[in-house]
Design a protein around this ligand. Structure first.
Ligand code: SAH
Ligand code: SF4
Length: 348
């Protein structure tokens, strides 16, 4: 709930303004997970609210910690529709990766979530709840949030926008530290631009060629490369943020020199960052594999030689299947997954 909504549920109490401020502070800044601990609120009001609301609706169904210190939680709200969130501590900051939907209907061929089907959208409370739950595991403040867990955030735009505002207005995070990743839904990109939130929007492009992207991502039949890249450029113009492109490297499919050149060409002249993500192994039945480090370096080299700013996704949590695209609620047992036998070296 926003502060305005908190005030509303307090009705016409004369102290509604003050109490809503206090409750918001407890919920979002102090991360208090029960009404009993909100000691500056009168007991009678705490009891009344405890009877009407639940301030910690998320239950943790599973909690795993990887050898490289990544925590992956599988959470639910009692309905056994589980979704995943991941805590990523780095040397100089703490980040987290959260879900926007239970499952995902977009059906990308390389993604465990996409292969597992779709259940429902998450509410803003469930989205912010993931942040708050992860924050309780860590002493240092989580300063960065990426919407790269389960689901397509722009299919759940209203709740995602509300959660972005809550993370900014109430939790106190900088919009610049919030990243929403999208498969590329053109009308929703324009809708999000209208909100004028200075967040990062990242486009999962994965190939500059329609014939390749069509094979990987059904969405491309509806919104092909040219249209989605144009939408990102317009988004950039409206918000002043750089274009961020996520690029999945699949061996001998998306990692060819031709595609590196074409990618550089279509984003030329626009401030941009290309984030390379070598394919994380998921048994998709498509026979996809991860390129060798040499092929990754060659692709990266071509982009850099064309003046593109290239970074490479820091990959962690392989041993607990917490890496990108591997979040699928394994309890469903819909398909098999394995962690690669080695954690590959990380660049950038
Ligand atoms: N639905 C949004 C955000 C969630 S997916 C989107 O698609 O952008 C987050 C990122 O993980 C996307 O860039 C997605 O393409 C990537 N991803 C999915 N499956 C992957 C896999 N097997 N290996 C590496 N990255 C993957
Ligand atoms: Fe959905 Fe993103 Fe996975 Fe595609 S990559 S299926 S959009 S979660």
């Amino acid at each position: 709930m926003t502060r305005g909504e908190l005030k509303e549920i307090l009705g016409d109490r004369p102290d509604a303004n003050l109490r809503s401020k206090q409750i918001a502070l407890h919920l979002y800044t102090r991360n208090v997970d029960n009404f009993a601990d909100m000691r500056d609120i009168p007991q009678a009001l705490r009891d009344e609210l405890a009877g009407r609301f639940d301030v910690q609706p998320l239950s943790t169904a599973s909690h795993k910690t990887s050898i490289d210190n990544v925590d992956k939680l599988l959470v639910h709200n009692g309905d056994h529709q589980v979704y995943e969130c991941v805590l990523l501590p780095y040397e100089n900051r703490v980040s987290c990766c959260i879900s926007s939907q239970v499952g995902c209907p977009m059906g990308c061929k390389f993604c465990a979530t996409g292969l597992g089907g779709f259940d429902r959208n998450l509410t803003a409370g469930e989205i912010v709840g993931q942040y708050l739950t992860l924050q309780r595991l860590n002493e240092k403040r989580i300063s960065h949030v990426v919407f790269m867990g389960m689901g397509e955030p722009l299919l759940n735009l209203k709740n995602v926008v509300k959660s972005l505002r809550l993370l900014h207005d109430e939790v106190g995070l900088s919009y610049r530290h919030l990243t929403v990743s999208t498969v590329g839904l053109v009308p929703q990109i324009y809708e999000l631009a209208k909100e004028k939130l200075p967040i990062h929007l990242a486009l999962s492009l994965h190939s500059p060629l329609d014939e390749v992207r069509n094979r990987l991502m059904p969405v491309n039949h509806k919104w092909p490369v040219k249209e989605v890249v144009q939408a990102m450029k317009d988004y950039m113009r409206a918000t002043g943020r750089k274009i961020t492109i996520e690029y999945l490297l699949i061996n001998e499919l998306t990692d060819t020199p031709e595609q590196a050149h074409e990618l550089a060409r279509i984003i030329k002249g626009t401030p941009n960052v290309v984030n390379l993500i070598p394919f994380n192994w998921v048994d998709t039945g498509e026979g996809f594999s991860r390129p060798s480090n040499d092929r990754v370096r060659a692709f990266r080299g071509i982009l850099a030689s064309k003046g593109v700013n290239v970074t490479q996704r820091v990959e962690r949590g392989h041993d607990i299947a917490a890496a990108c695209g591997q979040l699928a609620g394994m309890h469903k047992g819909k398909f098999a997954r394995r962690a690669p036998s080695t954690v590959l070296p990380v660049v950038g």
